[in-house]
Design a protein around this ligand. Structure first.
Ligand code: TDO
Length: 185
């Protein structure tokens, strides 16, 4: 397994070892001891999966009082995945990092608690899977507007294409508002 640091401390790309043979391939997607050695010493309490079509954008989501660490991956297709640092006191507070996660590459992103997270689907369809370190608390969740100017995520959206959003995500908050009233991380 390879751990690839990102410009944001604690945010890690993980490349598990993939064993290929004539049948296909095999990999361990999580293993307590090895991931702990990589610094991911959290207890995971929930696994999630979503399915989305091309052009779907989910995000940028976070929980305020119950921040979730997320180990995210794509098991079919390809997405551009983004994490925004909302950790108060962090040198990179408000910075974002994005990378392509794909089923073909089998790479993962470890997003520690204290980040907003979202992704944009690049393939025809995508199955997205992730482990979380805290439970879903719908009353506690919040979302930053995906195209907020102050965050400035450079989403790889082809010109003149329609971005598929939930009603909730269309009404995400401006970062400036969350940095004062919502960021209790
Ligand atoms: C996230 C979540 C949703 N749900 C339900 C609520 C709702 O009816 C339905 C769809 O929820 P959402 O629209 O919030 O799903 P989605 O937009 O996929 O939300 C997810 O987006 C990505 C980017 C994340 O980082 C996740 O933590 C999560 O916020 O599923 C749960 O039951 N448990 C959960 O953990």
């Amino acid at each position: 397994m390879q751990i690839i640091e990102t410009p944001i401390q604690g945010l890690l790309e993980i490349q598990p070892k993939v064993f290929g043979d004539k049948r296909g391939f095999f990999l361990e997607t999580w293993q307590k001891k090895r991931y702990e050695e990589a610094g991911i010493h959290y207890q995971f309490v929930q696994d999630n999966r979503s399915f989305s079509s091309r052009g779907t954008l989910r995000g940028l989501h976070f929980q305020k009082r119950f921040p979730q660490g997320k180990l995210v991956s794509v098991i079919f297709g390809e997405v551009f995945d983004v994490a925004v640092d909302l950790r108060r006191g962090s040198n990179t507070y408000g910075n974002w990092f994005g990378l392509v996660l794909s089923a073909e590459k089998c790479n993962q992103l470890w997003i520690p608690p204290g980040f907003a997270h979202g992704f944009y689907v690049l393939s025809e369809t995508a199955f997205f899977e992730y482990k979380c370190t805290d439970y879903y608390h719908p009353e506690d969740e919040a979302g930053i507007l995906w195209n907020d100017k102050d965050i400035g995520v450079d989403w790889p959206i082809p010109p003149a294409s329609t971005v598929l959003l939930s009603e909730k995500d269309r009404n995400g908050l401006p970062f400036k508002e969350i940095s004062f009233s919502e960021n209790t991380l």
